[in-house]
Design a protein around this ligand. Structure first.
Ligand code: C2E
Ligand code: CA
Ligand code: CA
Length: 498
């Protein structure tokens, strides 16, 4: 099954891709329109240029009845000159240039015999003249009147846009980039629009469907917006899915992902403050919800058969991070692990504990199993046998939260516990008021009569420390000394104290 995170990521990715496709399609569409309109504009401009040639040839035709005198040449020259885009105007008799606006009958014409008698002809460089030219020609009485159009002006028209690559197509020739005149082959892929006035068309390339450059140049803002919206939609979906998922399902995944991490709280000698042991306390390092205390998930784990994998994963974390740090602690450090009844019943329980111990050298630590009195542990023969075998392997047992449960005394009868941990609710009663301290006195008296080692939990004040010292309770745990913290912080704090 997909996790909410994966589903949300997938959804965000799909949204993003869909958004990008839409943006790309929109940009492609407008680029297509842009190409078409650039081609249309170029068509109108070339039409206008050819109009000049048409007008010039029309006006020049009258000179056929004259001789090609310098005055006629001058008149032709004037026709060419008044039209901004024309190079020369010439009158032809047969294949010969009879009279031209350039003196010397057209010195630029290198091969007049190549001239063809079409309305519009595109000549490559050196075919007629030393540059590519477009010649407009019309038959008139006595021959043909022709006007040549400079390729420079045509190129200006064709390169006036960045949207597309434009070409001028006349007959089977094409004026391509850098003024090259090439044959129009079947391989030509571009689109064309034809002039309705003259026999030429403008070729234009259609934009590619996808262009990263176009997307970056024209769609950056939209892309950022789509990305932000996809992320927002993804995270909203994730929140929604996570809320919908049963809490136990969330916890199960957290255990699998190793989000349940150990914090450590030292147990110290009340007189010297020296560390005697540590209690491992579970914390849920939630990826978005921050640090979750155990009260919020341990009962949930216990109710949903998750306490066993949870404790196992926690022990594995301790087994991997604690051994290298043991130099900072005294030998035979008591490592307290809270175990729930359900785990004690499990056939894997004994092995979990022995497996944990294998990570440590002999004598480095003492595993202390803290069994709470708040919850009933049925001391079946199998459970007693398992605990007994563990004790033979050097494992110690502590009765946690002593004084809060009803079965504490019967436990003590059947189970050879090594420690009792007096609950912090009793320790908290140690105040100036002798009335409220009396209950603690009783609990302590009872514990001492049973000749058990005692740990007092929740020691917060100097007064409580003094009380414990007076009552010869040497092992103390509480905020007065240390708060629970991750191993790295604990090591740093120990280093600071020393
Ligand atoms: P606990 O076993 O009695 O653990 C001691 C609790 O008292 C810890 O709370 C600790 O932070 C808190 N404490 C220690 N010193 C002081 C103090 O001076 N003042 C006060 N007010 N509190 C102090 P935490 O870590 O929130 O754990 C709560 C309970 O969650 C634990 O109580 C234990 O019953 C359970 N728990 C925690 N980790 C595990 C676990 O790995 N497995 C199981 N089965 N239960 C766990
Ligand atoms: Ca405990
Ligand atoms: Ca406790």
């Amino acid at each position: 099954m997909m996790t909410p995170l994966r589903t949300a990521l997938l959804c965000a990715a799909l949204l993003f891709i869909t958004g990008m496709l839409a943006i790309n399609w929109q940009l492609w569409h407008s680029a297509q329109n842009g190409s078409q309109s650039s081609a249309r504009q170029a068509l109108h401009k070339v039409d206008a240029i050819v109009d000049e040639a048409r007008d010039a040839t029309r006006l020049s035709a009258q000179f056929f009845s004259h001789s090609c005198t310098p005055a006629v040449q001058f008149a032709l020259n004037r026709e060419a000159a008044v039209q901004p885009h024309l190079r020369t105007v010439a009158l032809l008799k047969g294949n010969n240039i009879w009279c031209s606006s350039l003196s010397g009958k057209g010195i630029l014409v290198v091969n007049a015999a190549n001239l063809t008698f079409g309305t519009l002809t595109l000549y490559p460089r050196d075919f007629i003249a030393p540059m590519p030219i477009l010649v407009y020609m019309q038959p008139v009485a006595g021959g043909h009147a022709a006007a040549s159009i400079s390729d420079v002006h045509l190129r200006d028209v064709l390169t006036s846009t960045e949207e597309t690559t434009l070409t001028l197509i006349v007959g089977d020739k094409m004026l391509a980039e850098k003024g090259r005149v090439v044959d129009l082959t079947d391989a030509y892929q571009g689109e064309q629009i034809a002039s309705v006035k003259y026999p030429f068309s403008i070729g234009y390339t259609t934009p590619p469907f996808f262009s990263l450059r176009r997307l970056i140049h024209e769609g950056m803002l939209l892309t950022i917006m789509v990305a932000i919206m996809s992320l927002i939609a993804g995270s909203l979906l994730r929140r929604y899915l996570e809320k919908r998922i049963a809490p136990q399902e969330n916890l199960k995944r957290a255990i699998e992902r190793g989000e349940i991490v150990p914090w450590y709280q030292p147990v110290v000698d009340g007189k010297t403050g020296a560390i005697n042991g540590v209690e491992v306390l579970a914390r849920w390092q939630h990826p978005t919800g921050g640090l979750i205390p155990p009260d919020m998930f341990i009962p949930l784990a216990e109710k949903n058969d998750l306490i066993e994998p949870l404790t196992r994963s926690l022990m594995a974390k301790v087994a991997s991070e604690l051994p290298p740090a043991l130099d900072h602690f005294p030998p035979e450090l008591h490592v307290g692990i809270n175990v729930s009844a359900a785990h004690c019943y499990s056939p894997k329980f004994k092995n979990d504990c022995l497996q944990f111990l294998r990570y440590f050298s002999p004598g480095q630590i003492k595993l202390l199993l803290e069994i709470t009195e708040r919850e009933e542990l049925q001391l079946t023969p199998a459970v007693l046998e398992t605990l007994h075998q563990l004790q033979e392997h050097g494992v110690e047992l502590a009765l946690d939260d002593f004084g809060t449960g009803y079965s504490g005394l019967s436990y003590l009868n059947e189970l050879a516990v090594d420690f009792i941990k007096i609950d912090r609710s009793f320790v908290g009663r140690i105040t100036d008021d002798p009335e409220s301290t009396r209950l603690v006195d009783c609990v302590i008296e009872m514990a001492q009569k049973l000749s058990l080692r005692i740990v007092a939990e929740g020691v917060e004040t100097r007064q409580q420390v003094d009380y414990m010292n007076q009552h010869h309770i040497s092992l103390l745990q509480g905020y007065f000394f240390w708060k629970p913290m991750p191993l790295s912080e604990l090591l740093a704090a120990i280093a600071l104290k020393n």
